[in-house]
Design a binder for this molecule. Structure first.
Ligand code: HEC
Ligand SMILES: [Cu+2]
Length: 410
């Protein structure tokens, strides 16, 4: 009992290497910055406990000691000055505040100034998602994976509004401001288990002045150096290892996750037109192939030509339906679907031809997907995944180039 109270208040509990234990106020700390920040917090907290107790006890004592007794009240003049007392209550709090200032300031400088040899990851925030880009070109939107035991710097920007990136377990938080770059750095010495998806730290957006910042939550995972290298390499070419005919259901749902905030596939309306049948029109792919539907503006809009069919076909703006689909993703402002604004971000430089193929494939086979974008035939998916894992395992058995020295090359 006493020890668990002590754990809660003081954090005496033991922690895994590289981490600081959780207590009543703080989650487990998993960065090299955490102990210092927790210490500053605890010092201020304990000053609060001590003063709260002292003031409350003095208050109770004085209330009882000088309570009114009987009906006749005699007033006597109180003391007007007490120089030693006044000096004490000025000097002691000033010293405490100066101490807190220096602790906070030193900690702040430490957080702001990243070491020289950082591993840099570019972070882009937009309504309502994060994108993390690694030096080798790998990109990830569903999780941030970082190397263990190495200072990591996030170079962050926002495409639209203020966002604020917060990793509570690392005790770091920084705003992303449109039109400017901001930095943040941390180092975590405690690795997560790369084979266990449930072993992670939370990353939140703590900007709550807009629609869906609350939903910008992703996982942060710290991988040992070797697993990290492997992960970034796989991440950079995850699309390449999927056979052509499996692309639409293996890559489609993952890619669609980036479209799902605006496009539903069940016909219900969103910021963008649903990919399912909508407003008496057929589903997206059939709509494009048949040229059904209206357009109402955009940089390539031709006045008077308001039917989609005016734009797709021989001698027209788009030779094929595929061209229109691709340009809708690379240049969303070129031709606007009637009834919708120019609100789609471009995915140029983010989605390559294979990714576009996967999305086209998905939109051609929408009836094979659930409303949330997952593939209905889970057995088929599992089978395809097993085939890829098998191919990978076979590839891993080939002799490693340059011998198995463990040397790391990029
Ligand atoms: C921020 C919201 C948003 C996101 C995210 C978004 N879109 Fe859009 N999309 C729109 C809007 C709004 C339109 C209609 C205006 C226009 O044509 O640009 C649109 C139009 C389209 C069209 C033309 C549709 C038609 O009926 O002719 C396609 C194709 C499309 N988006 C594909 C995608 C894909 C693929 C993704 C994900 C990689 C995506 N969009 C992500 C908002 C979005
Ligand atoms: Cu946000």
């Amino acid at each position: 009992m006493i020890s668990s109270i002590a754990n809660i208040l003081l954090g005496f509990a033991t922690a895994a290497p590289g981490t600081t234990p959780a207590n009543f106020w703080m989650p487990e700390g998993a960065s090299v910055q955490a102990p210092r920040i927790d210490f500053t917090f605890e010092v201020i907290n304990w000053i609060n406990y001590v003063f709260f107790a002292g003031i409350t006890i003095a208050l109770l004592y004085l209330v009882i000691r000088y309570r009114q007794r009987g009906k006749n009240v005699e007033f006597s003049p109180g003391p007007e000055h007490n120089t030693p007392l006044e000096l004490t209550w000025t000097i002691v709090p000033t010293l405490i505040l100066v101490g807190i200032f220096f602790m906070g300031f030193a900690g702040y400088l430490d957080l702001r100034t990243s070491p020289k040899n950082t591993y840099d990851i570019k972070v882009t925030a937009q309504q309502w998602a994060w994108e993390f880009e690694y030096p080798n070109g790998a990109k990830s939107t569903s999780e941030l994976v970082v190397p263990q035991g190495r200072p990591v710097r996030l170079i962050m920007r926002s495409k639209d509004v203020l966002h604020s990136l917060f990793i509570p377990d690392f005790r770091v938080k920084q705003d992303l401001v449109p039109g400017r770059y901001t930095y943040m750095w941390f180092q975590s010495d405690a690795a997560n288990d790369p084979t266990d998806d449930s072993d992670f730290h939370w990353l939140f957006c703590t900007e709550y002045c807009g629609d869906s910042h609350w939903n910008m939550n992703v996982h942060v995972r710290v991988f040992p150096q070797e697993d990290f290298e492997k992960w970034t390499k796989e991440q950079a070419r995850w699309l390449d290892v999927i056979p052509e005919e499996d692309l639409y259901f293996m890559a489609g749902p993952k890619l669609y996750a980036r479209c799902a905030t605006c496009h539903t596939i069940d016909g219900s309306d969103g910021t963008g037109p649903s990919w399912g049948p909508r407003d008496g029109l057929p589903a997206l792919w059939e709509r494009i192939v048949s040229g059904k539907g209206k357009v109402s503006g955009g940089s390539k809009f031709i006045p008077g030509k308001t039917n989609l069919s005016d734009y797709i076909g021989d001698g027209k703006l788009y030779l094929t339906p595929e061209d229109y689909f691709k340009d809708s993703i690379y240049n969303p402002g070129a031709l606007l679907v009637s009834g919708y604004g120019n609100q789609m971000p471009t995915f140029q430089g983010q989605l390559n031809d294979r990714a576009i193929d996967a999305l086209i494939g998905m939109s051609r086979n929408l009836d094979e997907f659930n409303a949330d974008g997952t593939f209905k035939d889970q057995a088929k998916l599992a089978e395809a995944e097993a085939r890829i894992a098998e191919a990978k395992a076979a590839a891993a058995e080939l002799p490693v180039e340059g011998g198995n020295s463990g040397a790391v090359t990029d």
